[in-house]
Every structure is written in structure tokens, then in C-alpha cells.
Design a binder for this molecule. Structure first.
Ligand code: GTP
Ligand code: SPV
Ligand code: MN
Length: 587
């Protein structure tokens, strides 16, 4: 097989001449091709089969222990001007980036098969979808792309009709952390990734294309590419509201996207559109509409159980690839927080020893097609996407951020998004639990200067009077003992109920300096095991803590210098002044 498109053919030829693979395989996306890939990986030991009786068609991949998460320190955005990449990115001049990467790719596929994966991010017939081609020497990447994207012949047809595509070149190389880089060339719509076989480093359709490159394109074309889940919330009357939530990595998107309503919320249904990425466009009527560019999940395994996330728990009992989990004596996958079974081997294939660390790596992942998810929305394939009622920002904060609050305006919402902070997680290499600013959950993923990105967000009211309301949530408040104050998971629907009722103008709220908060009585606590003092604490704005927070926010914003939109400083000042006034009133 090859392609009718000359620009694609010549790029593939050129890459082959440079990397010297033993053979070239153009992926069709057929089931047969998928089975052949699995066979190949079983034969080479890249995959092993899990217990066929309990987990039919499930496989285990153990990655190199030095290659278990995204590597932000090795990820670059290569724009001609350093300022265009911004302080939020590592930067390299495009010519230097190419030179460095091309040296690594030289002859790197000798003895390997080079796979050419045409893929479409978004429904194949959607005007909002965008295509790419990933060239890789990793069959694991191909299998994951098959489960998570619309890839193969149909995508190739669209690429040939359109003539444009994002070029992603990937090789696992030697898996040497000193020879590992992920570089983006947004102006050329191209990506080069070398030396990692893991997740967001290697599945180039996901973070590299659908966020870093797409965010850059989105700014030029007037839309948004965001690290957001998309979920449909159906109330007992059958009305559905779609909500898009930006939470940083490992902060609860997959869980929220497929949550099961608490027993007491009879008649509610939750529909998953997406669990990680949303592309948002204004339609002709000025409504913000969302599509999910992906069609599968690469989800965090630890913590998944029948109580926390039954949909995910069920969907990974068949037709799934597990990466870096432990196994039981009878070869079932095992992870911390599974609540059943006992580990026999850990994620490095060693006999499990409690003192040597967890059985499953904290960033172990499952890969499944979205069709495995019992709550998958049929509208996930709708070319026009779904209309968004609310945008919700969130983070993992032990303190400061209350359970939920609402922005007073779109501009205020942009400030809330821009100042979101969260504790770091195992999804990236580095320290865990350190609070850092993660604006719009896009710190690792925005393909250009954050100051320009915020200006882009702020430009939306010029083009629409029907924008969604904006909110901030925090499921992760803790007491001194380190216990979570809010039960989380399915119970989060109680907070979402308030959010959508606010959008409908039905729910009450109290105006505070930082935004509108629900009174305790505005949150549905029927049959919820929570003490009234705890709920009060979750809904309190500590003025002094918030004054310190807003000082930190100003400092952070000012680090973006002249490019920072004045409007954000104006919003920050309004809140800081309101906090000062409320403190003066209280004393
Ligand atoms: P990425 O795939 O890295 O983008 O992560 P994500 O945002 O999809 O996070 P995910 O839903 O996988 O959750 C990450 C971790 O947070 C898991 O261990 C969950 O069990 C835990 N978690 C999710 N929701 C909640 C919640 O409401 N409360 C608490 N306490 N933990 C949660
Ligand atoms: C994240 O880290 O936000 C993920 C996993 O969703 S990865 O695909 O590795 O980016
Ligand atoms: Mn993510």
C-alpha cells in the first residue's frame, strides 16, 4: 500500500531513507492488522496475555522503568521567536531542533518495521476534525493509536481529499533518557519524538497534536484546543447539559467523564463524550460546541475500583491493554486501590515486595476503545459536536480553593482558569505533590505563549453573546490528618447539579470576593455522609489565605511581562480589592 498524495508519499520516502527501516507498513486500521500486531508483540515479549477467563483479550505491557511518564523537561516548542513559545515552554530554534532530532533519527529504524499511521482527530465527517500521520517504529504505539483514534484507510481518504496533515515522526530509539526529546514545530505542523515509548510522549495524536499543535492552530483559526473532559448530564426530566472540565493530569477527568450518579439522585444519567481533550468551536449562532478528538482512553489505573469508577472498572475487564500494572498469582492485572485480589508480581515483573514500592506504577495506564464504555454518548460521533453549558476549571488543592465557585463574568472566568494551581502528580516525571500554577490545566500542553493564549480566550466575548458560564471546583481539600473533606467520585454530581442549575438561572448562590458560592443548603446532600461543619469548611473563603493567593497570582501573571493582557490584571485587582474590603468590613 501507499498513498495517492504526493506530499505524503515523498515525506514517507524521505523518512525511510533517513531512518532505514527493514520494511514499511501502511496501517489500514483493520481488525486483522490489529490482531497481527498483538501476535507480533506477544512473540517478542512486548506484550503478555492476561488471564483469559477473567480478562478476555487483555494484555500487559511493562515499559522500561526509566520510561513511565511524560517528560516535560525534554519537551520543546520550536517557534522562530523564543517569545512566541513563551515562558511556559522549553524553546529551541527550529533549525537547531531539527538538527538535533535528525541526528538521533539517523538510521534508527535499522532492523525495525516502520509503521505509517494515518489518523483523524475527531469524527471522520466533522468539519472540526483534523488529521495527521504518525510514522513510528513501535507496534505498541500502533495498537494504542488503533484503540484511541480513528485511524487507517478512512483517515487516509480524508487526508488525501484535504491534502494537509500534521506530520509526526516517532522512534522508541534506545529508550535512553539522555537521548530522549519531544519537539514541536507548530509553524510546520510537525512533531519529532525520540527515545520514549510512553503515552503522551509517543502517541503523537494525543498531547503533541491534539493539544500543542492544535492549540497553536486554534489560535490562528479562532477556536480552542483544551485539556478537558466533555460530559453530558441528563436530569430526571430528560434535559441534557454538556459540561467541559479542565483538570490537570491525574486530577479526575476520566473519573468525572464516566461517573455513576449516587443512589439517591434517581433519574440522573451521565454520558461520556471525552475524558481528556476537547476542541471547542463557536457555531453560527455563537454557541460554543465541543468535539472529542479521541475515540478511546489512556486512563490512570490506580484507584480504579467498583466504588470509585465502576464504568472504567468494567470496561477494562476485556479488550484492554494495561501498561505498568502488577499481576496476581493467576495473572489478573492488579493495582493499588483495586480493593480485590493480591499482587504476586509488580510492574517491573519482579516478585511483589511491599517494601520495594507499589505493585502498579502510580502512572500505570489502561488503553481501551471508547466503545467499551457503557456510558459512551452516541453524540461523540456527531460531526457538529455538542453545545457546552459550563466550563469548569479545577485542581488538586489541599487548601485555599473551595469545593466550587462561579465566575462573575467570562473575563473573570479566564482569570480563574489562568490562576488555577494544582499539586503535581505521577503523570509527569518529577516531584509529586508540589503546588504549581497550571493554567487551564494546559501548563504542559499549550503550544504557544500563555499570555497570547489568555488574550485568545479573552477575545471570545467579541464574537459571541452566548458563551458558557465558568466555574472552579476542588475535590481534593484535606483536613490536618490528610483525609479528603469531600467524598468525591460519583458524589461530584451533586456539585455539577448546582453548576447546571446556575446555568439555568435556577439555583441560589452567595456573592463573595472570589465569585459566587453555593450556600450549604444549595448543595443536594440527601443521604450524603458528610458533617455540616465539613460542608461549611468546604464552602468557606478564607480571606487571608485568598489575599496571599491573589498576591501569588499577580506575581505569576507579571512573569509574562508586556504580553500579558491588561484585562487579567484588572480582574486580579478587582478580586484583591474585594478581599481587602471584606476584611475591613469583618474587623
Ligand atoms: P490524565 O489521564 O492524567 O489526564 O488524568 P485524569 O484527569 O483523567 O485523572 P483520573 O480521572 O484518572 O484520576 C486520577 C486519580 O485521581 C485517580 O487515582 C483517581 O482515583 C483520583 N480521583 C479522581 N476523582 C477523584 C475525586 O473526586 N476525589 C478523590 N479524592 N480522588 C479522585
Ligand atoms: C496526561 O498526562 O494528562 C495524560 C496521559 O492524559 S499522557 O497521554 O501520557 O499525556
Ligand atoms: Mn490528560
Amino acid at each position: 500500500m501507499t498513498s495517492k498524495l504526493e506530499s505524503l508519499r515523498s515525506w514517507v520516502d524521505q523518512v525511510a531513507a533517513h531512518t532505514q527501516p527493514e520494511a514499511i507498513h501502511w496501517c489500514t486500521g483493520s481488525e486483522e492488522e490489529f490482531r497481527d500486531l498483538l501476535e507480533l508483540m506477544l512473540a517478542t515479549g512486548t506484550l503478555t496475555t492476561l488471564n483469559k477467563a477473567t480478562h478476555p483479550n487483555c494484555y500487559l505491557h511493562l515499559s522500561s522503568p526509566n520510561d513511565v511518564a511524560r517528560v516535560e523537561h525534554l519537551t520543546f516548542v520550536c517557534t522562530p521567536e523564543e517569545d512566541d513559545a513563551g515562558p511556559n515552554n522549553h524553546w529551541m530554534a527550529p533549525a537547531d531542533g531539527h538538527q538535533q532530532m535528525d541526528a538521533l533519527f539517523d538510521g534508527c529504524m535499522k532492523g525495525r518495521i516502520m509503521y505509517v499511521i494515518p489518523y483523524c482527530m475527531g469524527p471522520l465527517g466533522s468539519p472540526y476534525a483534523r488529521c495527521g500521520v504518525e510514522i513510528t517504529d513501535s507496534p505498541y504505539v500502533v495498537a494504542n493509536m488503533k484503540l484511541m483514534t480513528r485511524m487507517g484507510s478512512k483517515a487516509l481518504e480524508r487526508i488525501e481529499a484535504e491534502g494537509t496533515f500534521v506530520r509526526g515522526l516517532h522512534s522508541t530509539g534506545e529508550l535512553d533518557p539522555d537521548r530522549r526529546f519531544i519537539m514541536h514545530f507548530p509553524e510546520e505542523l510537525s512533531i519529532k519524538s525520540y527515545g520514549s515509548g510512553y503515552g503522551g510522549n509517543a502517541l503523537l495524536g494525543k498531547k503533541c497534536h491534539a493539544l500543542r499543535i492544535a492549540s497553536y492552530q486554534a489560535r490562528q483559526e479562532g477556536w480552542l484546543a483544551e485539556h478537558m473532559l466533555i460530559v453530558g448530564l441528563e436530569n430526571p426530566d430528560g434535559a441534557v447539559h454538556y459540561v467541559a472540565c479542565a483538570f490537570p493530569s491525574a486530577c479526575g477527568k476520566t473519573n468525572l467523564a464516566m461517573l455513576i450518579p449516587p443512589e439517591t439522585m434517581k433519574g440522573w444519567r451521565v454520558w461520556t463524550l471525552g475524558d481528556d481533550i476537547a476542541w471547542l468551536h463557536l457555531d453560527e449562532g455563537g454557541k460554543l460546541r465541543a468535539i472529542n478528538p479521541e475515540s478511546g482512553y489512556f486512563g490512570v489505573v490506580p484507584g480504579t475500583n467498583e466504588k470509585t469508577n465502576k464504568n472504567a472498572y468494567d470496561m477494562i475487564t476485556h479488550d484492554a491493554i494495561f501498561t505498568n500494572v502488577g499481576t496476581t498469582a493467576d495473572n489478573q492485572p492488579w493495582w493499588e486501590g483495586k480493593k480485590t485480589g493480591t499482587p504476586a508480581r509488580d510492574w517491573q515483573g519482579r516478585a511483589y515486595d511491599e517494601t520495594a514500592g507499589p505493585a502498579a506504577h502510580p502512572n500505570s495506564r489502561f488503553t481501551v476503545a471508547a466503545t467499551n464504555n457503557p456510558s459512551y454518548s452516541t453524540l461523540a460521533d456527531a460531526p457538529e459536536g455538542v453545545p457546552i453549558s459550563a466550563i469548569v476549571f479545577g485542581g488538586r488543592r489541599k487548601q485555599v480553593a473551595p469545593l466550587v465557585y462561579q465566575a462573575k463574568s467570562w473575563e473573570h472566568g479566564v482569570l480563574i482558569g489562568a490562576s488555577t494551581a494544582s499539586e503535581t502528580t505521577a503523570a509527569m516525571v518529577g516531584d509529586v505533590g508540589v503546588v504549581r500554577r497550571d493554567p487551564m490545566a494546559m501548563k504542559p500542553f499549550c503550544g504557544y505563549n500563555f499570555a497570547d493564549y489568555w488574550a485568545h480566550w479573552l477575545s471570545f466575548p467579541e464574537r459571541s453573546e452566548h458563551l458558557p458560564d465558568m466555574f472552579h471546583v476542588n475535590w481534593f481539600r484535606q483536613n490536618e490528618k490528610g483525609d479528603f473533606l469531600w467524598p468525591g467520585f460519583g458524589e461530584n454530581l451533586r456539585v455539577l447539579e448546582w453548576i447546571i442549575e446556575r446555568c439555568e438561572g435556577r439555583a441560589d448562590a452567595e456573592e463573595t470576593a472570589i465569585g459566587y458560592l453555593p450556600h450549604a443548603s444549595d448543595i443536594n446532600t440527601d443521604n450524603l455522609d458528610i458533617r455540616p461543619e465539613t460542608l461549611d469548611e468546604l464552602l468557606t473563603v478564607d480571606t487571608e489565605q485568598w489575599q496571599a493567593e491573589m498576591t501569588g497570582v499577580l506575581e505569576y501573571l507579571e512573569s509574562y511581562g508586556d504580553r500579558l493582557p491588561e484585562e487579567l490584571k484588572r480582574q486580579q485587582k478587582m478580586i484583591a480589592d474585594a478581599l481587602d474590603a471584606s476584611l475591613a468590613k469583618a474587623s
